[in-house]
Design a protein. Structure first.
Length: 167
């Protein structure tokens, strides 16, 4: 979560008291949740929105990914640690034309992972780095495990029959 003072200064919660004056308005910015169907509709209707798949390279290539998504891994092989360049890679993507015009941090970013957990964490980081409009696909690409430990049976992008592809 992040806050913005009325004066336009961007601050994190821990910086709030040092930067904002008492009585200033603050706007709290959080990652917003979308269902897979809402996310697909949002991306189709908003040409500036960018759908970013944050799963590992293997998941993106072999499990499949939403049609039109761009891959920026949050955690990937060989070390399986959080990508230290994640924010920089997203900024490059936005500035490189996918977000259109000269929008760097204000074009909408829609994040998806397997079940909505990694993409939520990635979204929180983007918010803390001054991205203003970040969405998380709450069910992810495959959804949660069912009672038989299978995915894509209860929710997720594929479960809802939305466009996807794999290599």
């Amino acid at each position: 979560m992040a806050a913005i003072c009325l004066t336009g200064w961007f601050v994190t919660e821990s910086q709030y008291s040092a930067t904002c004056e008492p009585g200033d308005y603050e706007m709290v910015i959080e990652v917003q949740s979308l269902s897979p169907s809402e996310a697909w509709q949002f991306v189709k209707e908003n040409q500036r929105a960018v759908l970013i798949d944050v799963r590992s390279s293997m998941e993106y290539l072999f499990v499949g990914h939403p049609r039109g998504s761009v891959h920026v891994p949050w955690i990937d092989e060989p070390d399986w640690v959080v990508n230290p360049n994640f924010v920089t890679e997203v900024r490059k993507l936005m500035l490189g034309g996918v977000g259109l015009d000269n929008h760097g941090n204000d074009a909408p970013v829609v994040l998806i992972c397997r079940s909505g957990k990694r993409s939520l964490e990635a979204g929180k980081l983007l918010i803390s780095k001054e991205f203003m409009e970040v969405y998380n696909v709450s069910e992810g690409f495959e959804g949660e495990l069912d009672e038989n430990h299978h995915r894509s049976t209860q929710g997720g992008w594929r479960f809802h029959g939305l466009p996807w592809e794999q290599c």
